[in-house]
Design a protein around this ligand. Structure first.
Ligand code: ZN
Length: 439
């Protein structure tokens, strides 16, 4: 079990330094598991240069955390989370004032619960909605920024607006009655999301749109110029249209393979971007739902082999995660049937999101692709951080990065299947979760 060993009498200094040293651990660094100590500061919430602290400043750690040989990973990042613990980011109660306060409480509840799953930061994701929903919800979903409070739990890195500028024929579970077209002007996006929400610093980090819609391409540079990343998704785009979208500034593909044209040998579609020479375009990042329902394991392996640096594991989980099996009300009058992790829309049997945890996606990825442990963890740490422009801040164990950490145990059953277990979670240098003894 995890143990924290306070040092009662430091030989070097006796005042409270807030310096913590993790020892007897395997650090996930540079695609390797490195047996090395990690030093952090609970005062600044950042990772320290251990050598400098020890030798230059002669500061002893206030605490030494012996991890018994377990893995110390950067905290996990989920770039597509629609809701959890019974709360849906896309649902606001009717009464605007009362609804807003209930909404804020709901977001806060998700943050505090989510962190225990190892997800220390994420993009709260809105499915296609009417403009009033975006304009009410977005002010509550922006990046936490300078509020570095570990007690608040998991941290928003900005909202992901998945829609409503999506193809009506690749809508998935999105209600077609709220889908829109950009009509060749950024003002149509402003009237949907609210103009202030598109200005830098925007509460929106990522917008998924279908680039083949009339006017969509011309809106992409306006969005990226305000720091909003644009992802191709729920789209009928051909390979050529998808390439144009990347040239216009799209840097991501939302849940690759799902809600888009399948790979055809004469038209590889959006998937074809992964095979395009890097001299021609900057290959986009791509989201993968490794829940065993959305995608065949072999499809995941093919995508990873095509562009390993771009693969980002996402849950696409929604509010029914962790709830009992049954039939539940969904938005816009539809119903969802939950059977184990499988969620389907009652009216047409379409897959309706996922109820998996991100750490289980990492375990699946490890088992299905033959990747190494650091390669699997990279898909939920360093790669999403890079996709969001947060390299060196999130998703790594480098000096100066945020001390968002996950202590992972890697278990293996008799069939050789591996499974990560989240033993501890640290946020901004403070331990916020420790797994209790097995029941
Ligand atoms: Zn989707």
């Amino acid at each position: 079990m995890p143990s924290i060993v306070p040092i009662p009498d430091s030989p070097i200094r006796e005042d409270s330094s807030g310096v913590i040293k993790f020892t007897n651990c395997l650090l996930v660094k540079n695609n390797a598991l490195v047996p090395q100590d990690l030093w952090i500061s609970s005062a600044t919430g950042k990772i320290l240069n251990g050598q400098e602290i020890l030798y230059s400043y002669r500061t002893a750690p206030e605490q030494i955390v012996d991890l018994g040989g377990r893995i110390l990973s950067p905290g996990l990042i989920d770039t597509q989370l629609n809701g959890a613990y019974g709360f849906d980011f896309s649902v606001i109660l009717e009464d605007r004032d009362c609804g807003a306060s209930a909404y804020a409480k709901g977001v806060s509840r998700v943050n505090r619960s989510l962190v225990a799953t190892g997800v220390t930061s994420y993009l709260p994701t809105l499915t296609s909605q009417l403009p009033s929903v975006y304009q009410t919800a977005l002010p509550f979903l922006g990046p936490s920024g300078t509020t570095r409070d570990a007690t608040l739990g998991s941290e928003s890195l900005g909202a992901h607006c998945e829609g409503p500028f999506l193809s009506p024929t690749k809508n998935g579970i999105h209600n077609t009655s709220v889908l829109r077209t950009p009509d060749d002007s950024i003002s149509s996006l402003e009237s949907c999301y609210g103009a202030p929400n598109l200005l830098s610093p925007s509460p929106i980090s990522l917008i998924t749109l279908a680039p083949e819609l009339p006017g969509a391409l011309s809106c992409i540079p306006s969005l990226t110029s305000h720091g909003i990343r644009v992802s191709i998704g729920h789209s009928e785009a051909t390979y050529e249209e998808a390439k144009c979208a990347v040239k216009a500034g799209c840097s991501m593909i939302t849940h690759l393979f799902n809600a888009m044209r399948p790979l055809h040998h004469r038209n590889p579609g959006i998937f074809g971007l992964l095979g395009t020479p890097s001299s021609s375009i900057t290959k986009p990042y791509f989201g993968i739902i490794a829940d065993g329902i959305h995608l065949h394991p072999t499809s995941i392996k093919i995508a990873w082999n095509a562009h390993p640096d771009g693969l980002v594991l996402v849950t696409d989980a929604m509010r029914l995660a962790g709830m009992p099996d049954g039939t539940y009300e969904w938005t816009n009058g539809s119903k969802i049937i939950k059977q184990g992790p499988l969620l389907t829309l009652e009216e047409n049997g379409k897959i309706a999101g996922s109820s998996i945890q991100l750490v289980d996606c990492v375990s699946n990825f490890l088992n299905w692709t033959g990747s190494t442990v650091p390669e699997a963890l990279r898909a939920v740490t360093e790669t999403p951080a890079r996709m969001l422009g947060l390299e060196g801040v999130k998703g790594c164990l480098d000096e100066g990065a945020d001390a968002d950490l996950c202590v992972l145990d890697l278990k293996e059953n008799e069939d050789g299947e591996k499974r990560f277990v989240v033993d501890e979670v640290w946020k901004f240098g403070v331990r916020v979760f420790e797994r209790g003894p097995e029941a």
